[in-house]
Design a protein around this ligand. Structure first.
Ligand SMILES: *Cc1c(COP(=O)(O)O)cnc(C)c1O
Length: 397
């Protein structure tokens, strides 16, 4: 049966993804099942999306109720769930205003437009250039792709959108050297996710903030992957003891439903006015209701964020133990909360496949960094199961 499904996928869908040969049909909490009923523990979590686990009952009920009430009306009208979501995001962050869109890449696009517009409104001579980091990832649409500091993703899509410059990540000197009279902002991920789960030095973002202030630049943090509890606080910037001017959100924001957002202070947000930016589906009642429910559930009693921090520590501790068993295979372990990477001296794809055969779903980025982004409700026993499988697989593959 699964062969037929995969054949049809290849027949009818464009070949944009190197998929695992797995069909997932059902999910609950940390678990997903294929059509034959085989069970998997999911340490991918939809790539840092399913923060509350699969089909969390509160999320499902909110979605069902909203689906019966109203799906879409457009931004020609006031939308209560959109206001509810914006209020939640603003009252729990540095920001004063939100703009709601439909995905991560749309969030980074909106941030780029807002930063350019703010520069046009406030500075002479013309500033438009945004400095981003090498090995960054900001999305796949042309502007976000151009902001992404990975040449392999640019290939074939040139000419790129002008106005971006890449500097080495986690290097203040190189960032300073990159600033010219055309620079209007800096855009960084607090932790580079797709680029290999790269965690900067503790004070890096604080220093970036100072450099931006010295030069009158806006600081955009792309928290599409790190946001919504992933690192153990609602937003990662909280743990770096600084505040950005704009943040980009996506992935976990909808708890499984497509949505994105940017947040900014009033002074910056004011550069968007009627007609500056927009989206047909952005802020629709269905996605906003689900996102608001997701955030409320995440923050409810602090349990989930606390669990994320505790399980993140436990996870790293167990990986360090594994590293002692496989000192020449495991090169590095890094991460914050439940955004964890393990760099290995082997082909990551083979490890991912061998884990899947044993009922454990993990992901690999950059060819040799195993990335773990499980739901934030994962428990010790499940992490132990992963470690047993990893130990066996690293031995054999
Ligand atoms: C995933 C990701 C994006 C793109 O989000 P999409 O929803 O896939 O468009 C942008 N920035 C970062 C940091 C991401 O991890």
């Amino acid at each position: 049966m699964s062969k037929k499904i995969i054949d049809e996928s290849n027949k009818y869908l464009m070949n944009t993804y190197a998929r695992s040969p797995l069909i997932l049909r059902k999910g609950r909490g940390m678990k997903v099942w294929d059509p034959d009923g085989k069970e998997y523990l999911d340490f991918v979590g939809g790539i840092a999306v399913n923060c509350l686990g699969h089909c969390h009952p509160k999320v499902v009920i909110a979605l069902q109720k909203q689906a019966q009430r109203l799906l879409h009306v457009s931004n020609l009208f006031y939308i209560e769930p959109q206001i509810r979501l914006a209020k939640l995001l603003v009252t729990n962050s540095f920001a004063d205003k939100a703009f709601i869109c439909n995905s991560g890449t749309e969030a980074t696009e909106a941030a780029i437009k807002l930063a350019r517009k703010y520069a046009k409104d406030h500075t002479v001579p013309e500033r438009y250039e945004i400095i981003t980091a090498e090995s960054s990832f900001h999305g796949r649409t042309l502007g976000s792709l151009s902001a992404t500091g990975q040449t392999k993703m640019h290939k074939g899509f040139e000419p790129l959108t002008p106005g971006f410059k890449y500097v080495p990540f986690n290097n203040i000197g190189e960032l300073k050297n990159g600033i010219t009279r055309h620079t209007c902002g800096v855009m960084l991920e607090p932790i580079q996710g797709e680029g290999g789960v790269k965690v900067p030095d503790k004070n890096y973002l604080k220093h970036v903030r100072e450099v931006c202030d010295d030069h009158g630049l806006l600081l955009i943090l792309d928290e599409v992957q790190t946001g919504i509890g992933r690192t153990g606080t609602l937003f990662a910037y909280e743990q770096f003891h600084m505040e950005p001017d704009i943040i980009c959100l996506g992935k976990g924001l909808g708890g499984g439903v497509a949505i994105g957002a940017i947040l900014a202070k009033d002074a910056v947000a004011a550069s968007f006015h009627h007609g500056s930016h927009g989206s047909t589906f952005g802020g629709n009642p269905l996605a906003c209701t689900v996102a608001a429910t997701t955030i409320e559930t995440l923050l409810e009693d602090g349990y989930i964020l606390d669990n994320c921090r505790r399980m993140g520590q436990y996870f790293i501790k167990r990986l360090e133990e594994l590293k002692k068993e496989f000192p020449s295979t495991i090169l590095d372990i890094r991460g914050m909360g439940l955004l964890i990477g393990m760099e290995i001296a082997k082909d990551g794809g083979a490890i991912v496949a061998a884990c899947a055969e044993r009922g454990i779903l993990i992901n690999c980025v950059q060819g040799n960094v195993l990335r773990f982004t499980p739901p934030l409700i994962v428990v010790e026993k499940e992490i132990d199961q992963l470690m047993d499988v990893l130990a066996e697989v690293l031995e054999r593959v």
